[in-house]
Design a protein around this ligand. Structure first.
Ligand code: NAD
Ligand code: IPM
Ligand code: MN
Length: 358
């Protein structure tokens, strides 16, 4: 079997971590007997510099045709001028929208060996294994009107938070399915005490919940959820929430795991095989030094193997190789170690074995 993957390394550490993920994918593919053809394309700041746009139409079309898309990160200080007409992040948003990937799965695991890498007390981290399902193609990121306002000589700006029933239903339904396959608990996070969109969200969660009597659902206000993520994170199983709340809560959740560099994501929905990217950004502060943690990207490659290529055994083998490497003390600097990106990747490759995976 041959699969086509579009690789969008992007900016900053994006190329460093996608290179690592590709090496691991290659090794997993060789052991599985599948073939992968890669096409590398531009997105983000580097695309603005070379093409004048953060994502060109031809690249989006190729992504829509591909079996999966693997992305590094976009953005950086070079393109951060708030008055710039084009921004790297527009490319990422256009890609998510263009692929129709409405559900962004962000699993958060705490590896027992890494509890010291988190500022939280070890007893609070025990048993943390949660999954955030973030709505990805609606809400504040996309709502209209959006832009600058001018009135009576004053300058303003507007972003609109808009959700339609079907946008909520499809992501909530997927979250219920995922919860049913896990520990059967779903926390729907909103701000229903203030936002009309959240009250619609709650109403739809209640409707969908009738289809999943085996799932215990609770509604949690986002401010409380932010607190509970650090006071009792192990109590969460699946969290489903709108676009921006999910963005913010998952950076917070990365603190449980020990580093931003660890968390992967899979963006599903639409017709294609999905979009796979670590949750971190382009990390301009460490870019080009060869010290970025590649595990978020490598674990995203594992999700790609699972959801896009349907290679469950290979996906598990990658996850187990990562776990073994960490257990045996391999760490990049963000986790208090001294391994380079390359050495950490080699540590995973050395432990990758489909035969030993269970
Ligand atoms: P960031 O995630 O890039 O970095 C936050 C902190 O985490 C930094 O100290 C960084 O060094 C560290 N970090 C992140 N990934 C790491 C890794 N793999 N290994 C080790 N340390 C890591 O967030 P930021 O600095 O706020 O944003 C920088 C740029 O990235 C911005 O332009 C932002 O828009 C963009 N961004 C892009 C994405 C994406 O492409 N998906 C996600 C988030 C931010
Ligand atoms: C993420 C990032 C993006 C988001 C930005 C870069 C558009 O923070 O993937 O988490 O907010 O979705
Ligand atoms: Mn983010």
């Amino acid at each position: 079997m041959t699969f086509t993957i579009i690789v969008l390394p992007g900016d900053g550490i994006g190329p460093e971590v996608t290179h690592a993920a590709r090496q691991v994918l290659d090794a997993a593919a060789a052991q599985t007997g599948i073939e992968i053809t890669y096409k590398e394309r531009l997105i983000g700041g580097c695309a603005i510099d070379r093409l004048g746009t953060a994502l060109d139409e031809a690249t989006l079309a190729e992504c829509q045709q591909a079996d999966a898309v693997l992305l590094g990160a976009v953005g950086g200080p070079k393109w951060d001028d708030p008055t710039a007409p084009v921004r790297p992040e527009q490319g990422l948003l256009a890609l998510r929208k263009g692929l129709g990937v409405f559900a962004n799965l962000r699993p958060v695991r705490v590896y027992p060996v890494l509890v010291d890498a988190s500022p939280l007390r070890p007893e609070r981290l025990q048993g943390v294994d949660l999954l955030v399902v973030r709505e990805l193609t609606g809400g504040l990121y996309f709502g209209e009107p959006k832009g600058r306002l001018r009135q009576d000589g004053r300058e303003g700006a507007v972003d609109s938070l808009v959700y339609w029933d079907y946008e909520i239903e499809r992501v909530v339904d997927l979250a219920f399915q995922l919860a049913a396959g896990r520990r059967g608990r779903l926390a729907s996070v909103d701000k229903a005490n203030v936002l009309e969109t959240s009250r619609l969200w709650r109403q739809i969660v209640q409707q969908v919940s009738r289809r999943y009597p085996q799932v215990q659902v609770e509604h949690v206000l986002v401010d409380t959820a932010a607190m509970r993520l650090v006071t009792s994170p192990a109590a969460f199983d699946v969290i489903v929430t709108e676009n921006m709340f999910g963005d913010i809560l998952t950076d917070e959740a990365a603190v449980l795991a020990g580093s931003m560099g660890l968390l992967p994501s899979a963006s599903l929905g639409g017709r294609g095989g999905g979009l796979y990217e670590p949750i971190h950004g382009s990390a301009p502060d460490i870019a080009g030094q060869g010290i970025a943690n590649p595990l978020g990207a490598i674990l995203s490659a594992a999700l790609l193997l699972r959801y896009a290529l349907k290679q469950e055994k290979a996906a598990r083998a990658v996850e187990q190789a990562v776990e073994r490497a960490l257990q045996e003390g391999c760490r990049t600097r963000d986790l208090g170690g001294s391994l380079s990106t390359r050495a950490m990747t080699d540590a995973v490759l050395d432990r990758l074995s489909l035969e030993d995976s269970f």
